[in-house]
Design a protein around this ligand. Sequence first.
Ligand code: TMP
Length: 217
Amino acid sequence: MPGTFITFEGIDGSGKSTQLRLLNNFLRVNGWNPLVTREPGGTPVGLRLRAALLDATEEVDPLTELLVFAADRAQHVRRVIRPALAAGQVVISDRYADATIAYQGGGRGFPPELISEIVQLATEGLKPDLTLLFDVSIEESTHRTTRRSTGKNSANKAGRDRLDIEDAAFHTRVREAYLVIASAEPERVKIVDASGPLEQTHERVKDVVVSFLRSRM
Ligand code: TMP
């Protein structure tokens, strides 16, 4: 594939989406013109799947959840990510397959072999070239998601979504599963300490992404 595929991962409240917005602005100003997308919800049908998946009033069985995230990803890979990479673009996705390994594998407890079969089916083997894992403590992330849903400047006045409201033990398992991925694939997955001020994290993100993009020119 001629393009470059970068993903942002982390537990809820890690600040990755804010960092992706800042990075997107920076890259645009500097002429990189990336395609920024996300999971779930990177396609029109994916947006409808996202609404169902994240609705805190919806009762979704864990197996259904696993399969719907995979369905969202299959549509995203085939209709958005692969065509953009084939055209030589830089694609940056807010979450991808590592989220299924962390949330449905680590969080929900599905066996690794099943998770990897379903990931393989949905992605047809497409792996990111680079992944930034935004790491923050469970205390800090819970503080951020709670503030986001109740704060004066909240963009999400509707409240915390169906996965945000899982307990601290769930989010701890998710975080640990992400850290296991990072230690198994240190070449691809770079851990970014996301506990500090926004600007400090942004500097680190710029360093990692720009040096990676330059190395591929
Ligand atoms: P977001 O808040 O980062 O947009 O992600 C939506 C939620 O979906 C978040 O709680 C993580 C969860 N999720 C999974 O559980 N499995 C997945 O495969 C993906 C992509 C997201």
